[in-house]
Structures are given as structure tokens and as C-alpha cells.
Design a protein around this ligand. Sequence first.
Ligand code: LLP
Length: 422
Amino acid sequence: MTAIAKNLLPDTAEVGERGQLIIGGCDTLELAAEFGTPVFVYDEAHLRARCREAVAAFGPGVAYATKAFLCRAMAKLAHEEGMHLDVATMGELHVALDAGVPGADLVLHGNNKSDAELRAALDAGIGRIVVDSFDELDRLDMIHAADGHVAPVLLRITPGVEAHTHEFISTGQDDSKFGFTVSSGKAARAVERAGASPAIDLLGIHAHIGSQVFSIDSLMKSAEILARTAEPFGLPELSVGGGLGVAYMNGETAPTISEWAGAVHQALADAGATARILAEPGRSIAASAAVTLYTVGTVKALPDIRTYVAVDGGMSDNPRPVLYGSGYEVFLARSVEADRDHPVRVVGKHCESGDLLVREGVVPADLAVGDILAMPVTGAYGHSMGSNYQKVLRPPVVFAADGDARLVVRRETLADLLTRDL
Ligand code: LLP
């Protein structure tokens, strides 16, 4: 088997003099020693480059979907590079505002926003609320009656388009908890209702068909339905959501943000749309910007069955393999270009057999206890979906750039575990 594919590594990844992985000019073996493992190491230049690419491709107002990965440093970085931020809970709203992002540059999502979330967003002068249901329209009417807030709104429609991704992250099909269905006429009714409400400044409509989508055809089809649904109403904005897939495994390639934007603009132009186009990528900004570094703690060889390699993290820092059966690669941080020909299963430290990171992986045959194992493409939906299951301390996040590494989220401490325990 082959060495790790270069397209899975962050933009600035290099091979050091001793064969080791360098990110942002920093030796990852030294980062592991300094910050401990597990640790998420982000290539700051990679994040900035993807944000800039999104702004160039979609224009200012394109939003970074913070659910992929959020901390104040990330919110600041995306905003500095000209992006707005998509937040979908009170918590994400709070972190984005605390990072100094103005409310006007935020978009609030969610299929079940609470009164408190809607009010907090309106109080912060939110740029857009993407309304998901008639119940939410009722709620905005009530808030308006109570305190006069007028909400800037996009309506989320469900276009009836299959994203061809995992069922759990498909959202464009009619059988979905999200949005106003186009095929049943709910979408058109919602536009009429919102347009007539004094509580709402109706800016446009929105569709997001799912995540980790590789089918440009599906993304184009959704954009076309968006344009056709909006056409009779002459609304000024259309948002195509996020969803662009990324490569996780050797041999995979994904469309770039620019290619996605080009296809979507073409579909919208063909459908006659003249509205401003918005989008909200998450994964394609952050996923391949990071690698997780783990330390190998045990190697259990079962002759004729398999070899288990256990690391010091697991489903608590990356639940994606367990949740979605997602595939990942691993390699030795000391030996980036080594051939990986030794089949292993990489598992975590949690007390269940389901706690696996790589079901069928390959590593160099000389892997040993104490080695630093690097798992690429963990920058999206890893840290953000992590937990402290079994009171495992959440890993720190390090941003590496130009030879400097800055700690942007510290490791959880034992004291942290008791802060909410009364
Ligand atoms: N906009 C909306 C309304 C969304 O719901 C999402 C993601 C995005 C944008 C960003 O999508 P992206 O560009 O990141 O694909 N935890 C799953 C992914 C869940 C995505 C949820 N919504 C995973 O780890 O694969």
C-alpha cells in the first residue's frame, strides 16, 4: 500500500529533514510533545485560503458554517477573511458575538429555534434568520407584537433533491424535518405568508440539501429549484446552503469551492435568476485544514484475525466513524512518506468495541507503542462534535502558521469536569 495522499494534508504540510510531518512550519512531533496528545493541529494558512476562495467565488456575505468547527479564533479568522458566519444555536451565536463578529454579519439557522434564540439574535441585530417552519413564523409575529422587532428573513425550502450522501446528513429530500416543501406548495405559501407579515423583512429563500455531497448535479438541481421557486416573487437573495464534500481517503478527490460556485452560478443563470447568491460552506473550509495527533498506547496482534492499535483518544474526539461509518486514513507523523502495508484497526480508549477511528486501516509495519499517529481531514465535525464521554478531557486546538503554534483552545482539565457539578 502507499504513503498518505498529499491532497488529504493541509496546504502547508511538508516533510521535514527526518521525514516527519511539518504543518504551518511547525514540526508536529514537537507540537505533540509541547501540547500533549490528542491534539487538533490546524494549518492557519489553509483555513484563510479556503475562506478567501469562498469569498472570491461567492462574494462577500458568503457565510462559514460554524457547526463544522468553532472557537473564537476561528470565528475571528473567517470574519477577517471577509466571511459572514452561520450560527444555529444560542451557543454558536454567543461564541461568534464574543469573538467580536457583529450581529449583522451572522445568519441564524435551526429547525427548532427557541423564543430565546430568536430574541437574542434580533437583539444582536442579526443579519439574517433562515426560517424553517410556520411555527417559527408565528413566533416571529409574537415577538414583533411584543417588542416591535422586524426580522430579516430567508425562508428555507426543501427542494425534493437527493444529495446522495449518508441518510443522517441528507436534508433536501421531501421526507425531512427541515424547511418548507416545494412539491406540496408549502414553500410558496410560506413566501406569501412571510411577505405579508409586518414582523418580517423577506430577503429571499434558502436550500441546503445535505453535507459531504459530491454530486455537483444535485447541487445544481437544488439551485435551479431555488431559482424557480423564488422567480414569481422577485426576491433579492438566494442562498444555496453548504454541503460540498471533501476527500477523506487516498484516491478520493472532491470538487473545489470555486468549481462548486461556478456550477451553482451556471445553474442559477440558466434558470434566469438575477438575485444575489449566498452560500454557507463549513466542511470545505475546515476539514482538511487539520490533523489530529494521537499517541499509540497499545498494539494487540491477534494472529489470523487482526491487529488493534489503540490511541489516546477515540469516539470522544471524533465520533464520525461510529456515527456515519466514515472512513479515515492514518500515518506516522515521524514518517510521512513511509509505505503503509500493515493492516490494522485503529481504536480509541473508550470502553466499547464500537469505539473505532479506522475500521480497516494500514500503517507502516514498524509502528510501535509511543509513536505519534496522525489522522488527517479532522478539521470539520471532529472537535465540534466531540464529547467528554467517560470524562475524557477534550483535546486542545493549536493553530500553526509561519513556524509559530498558538494554542487557541486549551485542553480540558480535571477541574473543568467539576465546574458544573454542584
Ligand atoms: N448550512 C446548513 C443549513 C447546514 O445544516 C449545514 C450543515 C451547513 C450549511 C454546512 O454544511 P457543510 O458545508 O459543512 O457540509 N456532522 C455531520 C455533518 C452535519 C452537517 C450539518 N449541517 C458530519 O460529520 O458529516
